[in-house]
Design a protein around this ligand. Sequence first.
Ligand SMILES: [Zn+2]
Length: 310
Amino acid sequence: MTTKAGRILILMLSVILIFSGCSPSPNTDAGGKLNVVATTTMLADLSGIIGGEHVSVSGLMGPGIDPHLYQASAGDVQLLQKAAVVVYNGLHLEGKMGEIFGSLSGQGGTVVCIEEGLDTSKLLASEDDPAIFDPHIWFDVSLWKSAAATVAKGFAEADPNNKEDYEANLEQYIKELDELDAYIHQRAAEVPEAQRVLVTAHDAFNYFGNAYGFEVRGLQGISTDAEAGTADVSSLADFIVERQIKAIFIESSVPRKAIQALQAAVKAKNFDVTIGGELYSDSLGDEAAGTATYILTFKANIDTIVEALQ
Ligand SMILES: [Zn+2]
């Protein structure tokens, strides 16, 4: 090939590239997908639903992992640094990862913090520390709808070519969340009002209680970072006896021994409380249990609660 012919070929190729329209977004991988890294299982699920075919999602925490205690590995930090979009909860949920998120902004990727899209007037204060908000916002479906909108906005910023698809996916998902919300209200109503008391391993269910009319008591605080003391166990046991509560619940991401100790303390006070089953608190379930998505996990939770308390 002569040099001249070579130049013409290059020129033709450039013209083809220019006229073929959308040059690939700098944020996409070789397959043209937006590379998204989400912290929790809830956020990985949400990112996949809003992003659809345009994203490839990696979740840092697997099912059953406790986000309050999760420490990012060196591999996680690399994944986060290379991501086009990072999605995290905030409100100190990822308590050991705060500094990493701070260092990511300014590195070129889009950082989506769910906390920033929430209406703070709808947030509950942490019981341990009234100066901070309770991070377990996914247990109020109306707050999870805000989270979905925040993710859609972040994806549209990172990948404007597919903005309309992200918005359409959001609209469709909001409908599914409205159906879920109606289902939870309808099931909750099956439990007599006096029995609507939820006792679990840690304070993850305050938004749930607030939205769906349950009184909530957690053995540990908002974070699982500190263990419950014997005084906490004893006073919660008194409460269970006094209110004649039929069942208490273990949580998938918290060791079950604390709730078993509570059950024993109740028995020592001559009252029997059953363990009503396992609730998913800070992590979704998995494929094998039929609870791999947020909607399936939440349905499993309300079904477990209603069956044990009614
Ligand atoms: Zn928690």
